[in-house]
Structure formats: C-alpha cells, structure tokens
Design a protein around this ligand. Structure first.
Ligand code: HEC
Length: 220
C-alpha cells in the first residue's frame, strides 16, 4: 500500500503484497523427509541440526541446548513464520553465513506444505514424523564392547568383549564420542559401523579424555 502511495500517479505499478498460500500439512510431512537427515521433530533431540519441534513462532537462533548455531543465525532477529520460513527457497541468500548445508527447496507448493506441517507440529496439531532412533550404546552385546585397543606400526588391534580380535589399518578406524543419553557407559567404548568382519569401523567413547589412555602402544 505504501509503495502505491509513493508512486502516486503511477499507481498502476503497485506491487501487490506477497501472498503466502496456506499449504497442506499432510503433504508437508512427506516433504519433511528432506530435512529428517539433520533435524528431528522431538523436543530437545538436537542432531546435525537443532530439533524443529517448536520452531514456528520462535526467534531464529534460540533453540535451547543447541550449541552449534552460526553467528549469522544467532544474531538474526527473524521470527520463524510463513514469510520468514520461505527462506528455505534459498537459505544462504536469506541469512548469509548460516551453516545450514542445504541447497534450498525451489518448489513453492512444497515449501508452503512444509511450513504448514512445521506450524501444525509446533502447535501440537500434527504428529511429529519419527526420525530414526539413535542406537543405544549402553545396552550392546559383548561382541560390540571394546575391551582393549593396541597400536603397532600402522595397525590397530581391537579386542572385543566376546574375545574376538580384529586388526584395522589405522586409517580405517575412527574414534568418536557420544556424550548423550544414548552414548556408551564411561570407560566402556563400543565398536559400531561397517560390520565386525568389515575393514572399517568406529569406536565410540563416552568422553574425549578416555581415548588416548585407552589405546596402548603394543605389538603382538
Ligand atoms: C545437512 C543438514 C541439514 C539439512 C538437510 C537441513 N537442515 Fe535445517 N539446519 C541445519 C543446521 C546445522 C542448522 C543451524 C544453522 C546455523 O546455525 O547457521 C539448521 C537451521 C535450520 C533452521 C533455523 C532454526 C533456528 O532455530 O533458527 C530452520 C528453520 C531449518 N534449519 C529448517 C530446515 C528444514 C525445514 C529443512 C528441510 C527442508 C532443513 N532445515 C534441512 C542442518 C540441516
């Protein structure tokens, strides 16, 4: 309206207010699969991205307990609603410097469906799509529990709770931590990943300080 007034005689050039058609939340639940690799809809369940359980109506960069916001998002004053969530068309252009490694959702119908779904979930009117549960590393079998790790030359030898021992080329064994409720017990690392007989795996510890003290320099 303001633009019309400013243009005066050229009122025919009025720019119409941007319309945001209300989307279909059922279809939006399907579209959410594009986000589910990084985002959960369960409150407090932060993964690569934060939980989107109550994102609608909340200020950007303020999900409690999410520690990986970029400065760009933390300093943004945007509040997430139909208009601002349209940033999903091109997240990089909307808030430059944000860390959402997502190329954008070019389809306008899909975007408005998705936003309708996020709104319905935030308002408790639609069920949260289940994201795959993380494995509970506290209750694994003996064959997944790591008893000892020896390092010799370019090789790690991993001894498991069932007595089995596997050699890995050092470049193929990853060390990770999981301090969440799903993570392993203190001092009881767990091996997961590419099959016990496979050539690649990851050993998950409860905390970073456990890693180097656990690994002994020893040759068979
Ligand atoms: C590759 C992982 C990844 C994918 C896929 C992804 N996101 Fe994100 N998302 C993130 C990360 C990481 C952040 C935090 C970005 C930052 O701090 O700059 C984020 C931030 C957001 C935010 C801002 C939240 C806030 O609290 O301000 C919204 C909204 C969002 N994502 C929605 C979506 C939707 C909807 C999809 C699917 C269409 C999606 N994201 C896909 C990782 C992802």
């Amino acid at each position: 309206m303001r633009i019309c007034r400013l243009l005066g005689a050229f009122a025919a050039l009025c720019i119409p207010p941007i319309a945001f058609a209300s989307g279909n939340p059922d279809r939006g639940a399907q579209a959410f699969r594009a986000c589910a690799g990084c985002h959960s809809l369960v409150g407090g369940d932060h993964r690569t991205g934060l939980s989107l359980a109550a994102v609608y109506g909340r200020r950007a960069g303020t999900a409690e307990g999410f520690h990986r916001y970029s400065d760009a998002l933390r300093k943004s004053t945007a509040v997430w609603n139909e208009q601002t969530l349209d940033w999903l068309r091109d997240p990089v252009a909307f808030i430059p410097g944000n860390a959402l490694a997502y190329q954008g959702l070019p389809d306008a119908t899909m975007r408005s469906d998705l936003v309708a779904y996020l709104r319905a979930v935030s308002e408790g009117k639609a069920a949260a799509l289940k994201t795959p549960a993380l494995p509970d590393l506290k209750t694994v079998e003996a064959g997944q529990r790591v008893k000892a790790i020896g390092h010799c030359g370019d090789t790690y030898r991993v001894t498991l709770g069932n007595g089995a021992r596997y050699p890995f080329w050092e470049f193929n064994l990853r060390f990770k931590t999981d301090s969440s409720a799903h993570g392993p017990r203190k001092g009881e690392p767990v091996i997961v990943g590419a099959g016990m007989g496979g050539d690649r795996a990851q050993v998950v510890f409860a905390a970073p300080e456990e890693i180097s003290v656990f690994i002994r320099n020893e040759c068979p």
